[in-house]
Design a protein around this ligand. Structure first.
Ligand SMILES: [Zn+2]
Length: 643
């Protein structure tokens, strides 16, 4: 048998505030109606039909009115939206229904409830009277009422609360005013009331700590090996400040420390860093950032048996030194000549550097110099381009071969700037564009357009007995007026027969040798005069022995590649440009053997593979894998990280 009883609650009044305040003489706390739900989840259904707002807005407003009773309290009760209903009656049907009614009442809203013989609530219905104009969420004007602001009060009744005597509390019987939203925030009196009806259960209401990371910033990147400082904080509603118990982990390195601040380096790669804290109730809070650490500068020794140039362009030995072959077969260690060694091949074998010399012997690096010695056992083959047999009669460099071996075993080649090399070293100052091996004699077609014959120690004029054609690329006739290097020709022949070219580092060459120390990006042959557009952005005129400032009479345009304005910040040679102009107007390039050139001349003995212009400062990436800063006269090592 069930004994059921109905009560009506006179609910939220509006417009009677003054009278009620005058009548009220006591201020007491929350009031309960003596009945609670026998469950911790109370389903309710909404009939959203109304004359003011959309159905969707009405449903959301009622849900927003229900949330505060669980979200702002520790009460062990939850109002759960069950869906819509067509119900419009305040009637006992064991279904909690919420609806509007188009009638007139001095009350904004009312709630009716029923309970069974055990004292537990079994039904509660809520009605909002539409003589009041309703809004949801925003936009309320005039004497309007927010649905959610009424609903939060009425849901208090649904859960078993009566009217409190504490002014300002949500369960106070009158609303503070039109367009009010303050009832959405429960007061301590409301919270005490609901928690007395549905006491909190400590386990279910424990909340996880909140953790934050203040350093480093999310997405930060670091050079390899640097110490990174991590800082964070953690707090917990139940346990308080938990910063000291933060645990730090990296997705790559695992656990990396604990506490509010830690400092350490990380492996190369992209790390997800997690800071977490676990509270006394067993809940863990955490937050994450991503940081990246650059790969280490690789100076791994080359594999055993590596050969330059056959299998690689450089060898890294087990001291990290880089070995290359430079111009004129110079053997370079970190870009600088290695004790004067000249050779056509470098081999890395059994942790030793071997060089096949231009004298056709193998040489072994001692750490400071060279001793004769072939690579052990396998691998030490001369291979490729080097031969120890005398060249065939009539061999011509460069037409039919890249080198000539004479009958003393000497190797003849043409080096940079048309210099004639014998075993890789200049041969008595000869310059020419062709070497010819005929009748056991070395002949060279000189840059002066004469044939010269090697005497064994020097040169005498003398043409080969036959077949010595000048051929190909060399011309003995004076260039046409207006010829420009490099725009219209690769060389200029002046009216003395001298050949003008631009060599490495923009050096101006006359017959292959530097002409009066001139540097420029253009040579112009005009009115029987040689002009050069200097790297200082001035035109210079050849006097026959040196240079004076002077522009060509016509046609002397500076054209294309030379710029007098400082390069853009961040310019990188060779990545984004072929040269950098600093704010002194100096032109920076990378020359042969990675020499760093300033206006075409070696700058402080620097060797590197990159030049970087940043914040009005020149940097170079040295062949030792460190960055260097130009001081104006020399280089300062600033370590492996790019500035
Ligand atoms: Zn009420």
């Amino acid at each position: 048998m069930m004994r059921q009883m109905m009560r009506r609650v006179l609910t939220l009044a509006f417009g009677l505030v003054a009278i009620l305040f005058l009548l009220r003489i006591d201020v007491s706390g929350y009031v309960t109606n003596g009945h609670t739900w026998g469950t911790n989840q109370v389903l309710y259904y909404v009939n959203p039909t109304n004359i003011y707002i959309s159905n969707t807005a009405a449903i959301s407003a009622f849900q927003n009115g229900a949330y505060p009773w669980s979200s702002q309290t520790l009460a062990n009760i939850q109002l759960v939206y069950g869906g819509t209903t067509n119900g419009t009656s305040l009637t006992l049907n064991n279904k909690n229904e919420v609806f509007f009614r188009n009638d007139s009442s001095s009350y904004v809203g009312e709630t009716y409830w029923w309970y069974d013989y055990t004292g537990h609530l079994v039904d509660a219905d809520m009605v909002l009277h539409e003589n009041w104009q309703y809004y949801a969420g925003s936009g309320c004007t005039g004497s309007g009422i927010y649905v959610e602001d009424v609903a939060v009060h009425e849901f208090g009744h649904v859960l078993g609360l009566g009217h409190t005597g504490v002014g300002g509390a949500t369960m106070y019987p009158t609303m503070p005013g039109a367009c009010d939203m303050t009832q959405m925030t429960l007061e301590s009196d409301d919270i005490s009331g609901i928690e007395s009806l549905y006491p909190p259960t400590s386990v279910s209401k424990n909340t996880a700590p909140t953790v934050s990371i203040s350093a480093p910033g999310n997405g930060a990147s670091f050079a390899n090996g640097v110490t990174i400082s991590f800082a964070g904080s953690a707090s917990d509603s139940q346990d308080g400040n938990m910063t000291s118990s933060i645990a730090w982990t990296s997705s790559i390195d695992g656990a990396i420390g604990s506490g509010g601040t830690i400092s350490r380096s990380l492996s190369a790669g992209s790390h997800v860093i997690t800071a977490s804290a676990r509270d006394s109730g067993g809940l863990t809070g955490s937050t994450q950032i991503t940081v990246s650490v650059a790969a280490p500068v690789s100076l791994t020794a080359s594999p055993d048996g590596t050969v330059v140039p056959t299998t690689a362009t450089q060898i890294v030995d087990n001291n990290g030194a880089i070995w290359t072959i430079g111009p004129s077969y110079s053997i370079l260690r970190n870009g600088a000549s290695a004790a004067g060694g000249i050779g056509t091949k470098i081999q890395w074998q059994s942790s030793t550097i071997y060089v096949y010399g231009t004298d056709s012997n193998w040489w072994q690096w001692t750490g400071s110099g060279w001793t004769k010695g072939a690579p052990p056992a396998s691998g030490g083959t001369t291979g490729g381009t080097t031969s120890t047999t005398t060249s065939a009669d009539g061999t011509t460099v460069p037409t039919t071969a890249s080198q000539i071996i004479d009958n003393t075993g000497a190797v003849w080649t043409i080096g940079a700037s048309s210099i004639i090399l014998r075993n890789g070293a200049p041969a008595a100052g000869g310059y020419g564009t062709k070497i010819y091996w005929k009748s056991s004699t070395i002949y060279v077609w000189g840059t002066d357009s004469n044939w010269w014959q090697w005497t064994g120690s020097g040169w005498v004029k003398g043409a080969p007995p036959s077949g010595g054609t000048t051929g190909g690329t060399t011309s003995t006739t004076t260039s046409a007026d207006g010829t420009t290097v490099p725009t219209t020709a690769s060389q200029i022949v002046d009216n003395t027969g001298a050949i003008w070219t631009i060599g490495a580092g923009s050096a101006i060459l006359r017959n292959g040798v530097p002409a009066g120390g001139g540097y420029g990006t253009k040579i112009l042959w005009q009115s029987s005069t040689i002009y050069v557009y200097g790297t200082d952005s001035n035109w210079w005129q050849w006097t026959g022995s040196g240079w004076v400032k002077g522009s060509p009479t016509t046609g002397g345009t500076t054209g294309g590649t030379t710029s007098t304005t400082a390069s853009a910040d961040g310019t990188m040679v060779p990545t984004t440009a072929t040269q950098i102009v600093d704010n002194n107007g100096a032109v920076w390039t990378i020359g042969a053997s990675y020499a760093i050139l300033r206006n075409g001349s070696p700058a402080g003995g620097g060797y590197g593979t990159k030049i970087y212009w940043k914040t009005s400062t020149i940097y170079c990436y040295g062949t030792d894998a460190n960055w260097y800063r130009w001081t104006g006269s020399s280089w300062v090592n600033i370590g492996p990280s790019q500035p």
